[in-house]
Design a protein around this ligand. Sequence first.
Ligand code: G4P
Length: 283
Amino acid sequence: MKIQWYPGHMAKAKREVREKLKQIDVVIEIVDARTPLSSRNPTIDELVQQKPRLVLLNKADLADPELTKQWLRYFESEYSQSLVVDAQRGEGIKQIPGKVRELASPLLEKWKRKGINPRALRTLILGIPNVGKSTVINKLAGKKIANIGDKPGVTKRQQWIKVGKEMELLDTPGILWPKFEDAQVGYRLALTGAVKEEIFDFQDTIVFFLNFMKEAYPDLLKKRYDLETLPEDVIQLFDDIGKRRGCLVPGGIIDYDRVAEIVFRDFRHGKFGPVTLEQPKKI
Ligand code: G4P
C-alpha cells in the first residue's frame, strides 16, 4: 500500500505541539474507539511525558461496546483516566472537566500548600487528524469555534476557551501525525478516515477489511450483503458482494473497484453496525 507522509511536516507538527504543551496542565488525547492504538502517534508518550493525561475514546457510537469497555480498562491502567465519548451527540463530554480536575489534584494541592490562588486548569486537545478534535472542542465550548486550523502550519492567534469555572481549553488542537508502523495500521487508518482516500489503494484496504470481518464479525458481514455463507477465498467474497450489489461490467465480469468502494463507504457510514478493528494487547 502506498501511503505518503512527510518527515518535514511531522517534525514541524511535533515542534508546534511541544510549544503548546509548555502552557498546559492537563492533556486530553483523543483516539478513535474503533482503532485506539493505530490512531495514536507512537511518539506521544515521549512528547507529553509526565503531564497528566485524559484519553478520550471518541466515536464510541461506531465502535463495538464490549471492546470499548476493554479499551477503557487498558487506557485507565496506562494513564489513570479515560472516557468513552460520542462527541457528535455530546455523550461523555460533560464528564471531561471532572476528570481533568481529578487528574490535576496533585497540582491543585501544590498550589494550596504554597498559598497560591488556584486558576483555571489549562488543557490541550491532542490527536491525529479526523479523530474528532474539533468536534470535541466545539462541544466543550458549547458553540462552533471558527477557523480551527486542522493542518499543521495553519496558524492563528490562540485563545483560551472557558469550560465552566475551573477549566480552560486552547482553541486550536495539537495535531500529530499517525505513523504507519506496518501495513495493518495503515489500513485501519484508511478505513477510519485518518488518511486521505486518494493515497491508499481501495482494493488492498478492502481485502484487509473483508478478511478481518470474516474472522471478527462474520454475522454482520453476512447480514449487510444478504449472504448465507462466507466463502474461504476473499476474491470469491468480492464476487458474491458484487453480484448482490449489481457491480457488473459488460460481459458479466465483477467490477472489483466498485465493490471495494461500496464496502468502504458502508464501513465509513457505520452500515455494518458497531465494529472495532483492533483488540487491546494483553497488558
Ligand atoms: P479532527 O478535528 O480531529 O480532524 O476531527 P473532526 O472533529 O473534524 O471530526 C472528523 C469527522 O468525524 C467529522 O465528520 C465529525 O463529524 C466526525 N465525528 C467526530 N466525533 C464523532 C463521534 O463521536 N461519532 C461519529 N459518528 N462521528 C464523529 P465529517 O466532517 O462528516 O467527516 P468524515 O466523517 O466524512 O470524515
